[in-house]
Design a protein around this ligand. Structure first.
Ligand code: PAN
Ligand code: ZN
Length: 192
């Protein structure tokens, strides 16, 4: 037992349609201007920023001790839309403790969880309501919304996992999801 005493159990309410947590301790909001360098069409991103710099995604969390044994959980809400032809997406990251896995349960929307390893493997798992995706240890991960409504996921991972954005910011993922003429196109690329 910790010397500081036992933590009290608690519950939270989640609005499964709006994809929001009632009374979160923290909301991390990412706007278009936070995404410079991530999308293929940089000029289209600048136009989106100039047109009002919209909110692209939010993460709702409760505060938990960032210690081994705790399970961090959050609601991730990614808006629908495109930058040029490319579907809205999260930045994506490895966990700082790279051996920390994660569960994604899709509650609403349609899209993908794009994953890759430092060894050059990649995987693209479809996301839709009721789909649970396991992100194994050592796999970087990014959500992509290819649908027309918010892509909402419940995520859970070891509370001491941490986030490492640096490598994805420079290397990107080997695939991009585009919408062309109403159809989804997955394009592969070496990097970026
Ligand atoms: C998720 C992500 C969330 C936002 O909770 O943090 O979807 O994506 P970025 O953190 O890549 O901007 C998660 O994977 N947590 O570990
Ligand atoms: Zn993660």
């Amino acid at each position: 037992m910790p010397t500081s005493g036992l933590m009290q159990p608690f519950g939270v309410d989640v609005d499964l349609i709006e994809g929001i947590m009632t009374a979160p301790d923290r909301i991390a909001a990412t706007k278009a201007s936070d995404m410079r360098g991530y999308y293929q069409d940089a000029a289209a991103l600048e136009r989106l920023i100039e047109s009002g710099d919209p909110l692209l995604y939010e993460v709702f969390e409760k505060r938990l001790p960032l210690e081994p044994g705790h399970v961090m959980f959050c609601i991730s809400k990614l808006q629908p839309g495109r930058v040029g032809q490319e579907c809205f997406m999260t930045k994506g990251h490895y966990h700082e403790t790279a051996g920390a896995a994660e569960l994604y349960l899709c509650l609403r929307g349609r899209g993908y969880l794009l994953m890759k390893t430092a060894e050059g493997q990649s995987a693209l798992e479809p996301m839709y309501r009721g789909r649970l995706v396991y992100v194994p240890p050592y796999w970087a991960h990014r959500s992509i919304n290819s649908g027309q409504e918010p892509l909402i996921s419940l995520c859970a991972y070891p509370a001491d996992a941490g986030h490492n954005y640096g490598e994805i910011e420079t290397e990107g993922f080997p695939q991009r999801v585009l919408l062309r003429g109403g159809g989804e196109v997955i394009v592969s690329q070496a990097a970026g």
